[in-house]
Design a protein around this ligand. Structure first.
Ligand code: PLP
Length: 399
């Protein structure tokens, strides 16, 4: 296809890196290879029955029409109640926008507040879509680096040094995809102290993994520790990860009325409301007890212990415990170094694991942090055991 057909805005971005690994794995599977995919970003559990039932009732009750662009009153009320109960944060319904996934909420936010040349501060490793969404909004992604030594977290000094007159948005994703690490209350307070000095900077708190934590610590986001900054904080959350509802596409944003109103305006000219049936299902998810969520998290926790132990028993690999999510972001730097005749970087290692160990992982470069690999443990313990053994064997064969 001639490059001229495609607009500059699309030529400037790349397809989601995690999706391209999954596609390559899918090709190998189609060609008859038995690949264990530890590259996916979704729970392997099914959506709970009580949620499905409400969706079926919604269809039978004729809840099949357009809803308000920003979501039904019932769902927005359930979201406001969730914030009050889980986070001690109080929002009116006009502070809330329901979107087709947290992804659309984040996209809407960037389109709504970023102007040409505005800088978006993104700590790496980052969720793959942040930089491209900033670029699509004519913004400039500014990456703040971290590595395993600082538990993949940036500090307040790095934040301070990165802020300029052009900084518009700072993104916090805790617990983080891909690192699984979360910021403590004290660390968030230190960020808040810096941000108080720079009133032109807005903050996106991406809380998608709020409920998937295994460190027994309370969850904090920056709005909870710095209520005085609440007008500048936009929280994005959703039902995808906590309730195993990735395909239902419901996420939401909460923030100041002016920003939310304009995000809604944008959404009214793109997708309009998210799926009416999914909205009813999301009400069921948010208002039900958390028994199913807790069961899922307990399973993730068990697998987490298994994989951290096994990775660290494997020659050249190094992992640190995650605070939450279903990811481990482990170092392959020593492996690259030990076999630098074969490997230049983490992408070579991802290809090696895919072809020699039949395991699909995502290279750290996709998340802005080369030298690492993201392993998703949203797979059965059996598959995880097999995959890790196979990785071990493939490395042993190199020696
Ligand atoms: N934020 C993070 C950190 C994610 O990992 C994801 C999904 O992978 C999203 C946002 C978007 O999730 P969804 O659009 O399914 O709500």
């Amino acid at each position: 296809m001639s490059a001229k057909i495609i607009a500059n805005r699309i030529q400037n971005i790349k397809p989601s890196a995690t999706m391209s690994v999954s596609m390559k794995a899918a090709e190998l599977i189609a060609a008859g290879h038995k690949i264990i995919r530890l590259s996916t970003g979704e729970p392997d559990f099914d959506t709970p029955e009580y949620i499905k039932e409400q969706a079926i009732n919604a269809i039978n009750n004729g809840e099949t029409k357009y809803t308000a662009v920003d979501g039904t009153v019932k769902l927005k009320q359930a979201i406001a109640d969730k914030f009050a109960k889980d986070n001690d944060l109080y929002y009116e319904l006009n502070n809330i926008l329901v979107s087709c996934g947290g992804k659309q909420s984040i996209f809407n936010l960037m389109q709504t507040i970023i102007s040409a040349g505005d800088e978006v501060l993104i700590p790496a490793p980052y969720w793959v879509s942040y930089p491209d969404m900033a670029i699509l909004a004519d913004g400039i992604p500014k990456i703040i680096n971290s590595d395993i030594e600082n538990k993949f977290k940036i500090n307040a000094n790095q934040l301070e040094e990165s802020i300029t007159a052009k900084t518009k948005l700072f993104i916090i994703n805790s617990p983080s995809n891909p690192s699984g690490q979360s910021y403590s209350k004290e660390e968030l307070e230190q960020f808040a102290a810096v941000l108080r000095k720079h009133p032109h900077v807005y903050i996106l708190s991406d809380d998608l993994y709020e409920h998937i934590r295994f460190d027994n610590q309370n969850f904090y986001n920056i709005a909870m520790v710095a209520p005085d900054l609440k007008e500048r904080i936009i929280i994005v959350n959703g039902v995808s990860k906590a309730y195993a509802m990735t395909g239902w596409r419901i996420g939401y944003a909460a923030g100041n009325t002016e920003i939310i109103k304009n995000m809604k305006k944008l959404q009214s000219q793109s997708t309009s409301n998210p799926c009416s049936i999914s909205q009813t299902a999301a009400v069921a998810a948010l208002t039900h007890d958390k028994e199913y969520v807790n069961k899922m998290v307990a399973a993730f926790n068990k697998r987490h212990e298994l994989i951290i132990t096994e990775i660290n028993k494997t020659q050249y690999l190094k992992a640190i415990p995650s605070n939450g999510t279903f990811y481990s972001f482990f170092s392959v730097k020593e492996l690259i170094q030990a076999h630098n005749d074969k490997f230049d970087n983490d992408i070579d290692i991802a290809n090696f694991f895919l072809t020699e160990a039949n395991v699909a992982l995502v290279p750290g470069s996709a998340f802005g942090t080369p030298g690492y690999m993201r392993l998703s443990f949203a797979s059965s313990e059996e598959d995880l055991q097999t995959a890790l053994q196979s990785i071990k064997n493939s490395i042993a064969k190199l020696n």
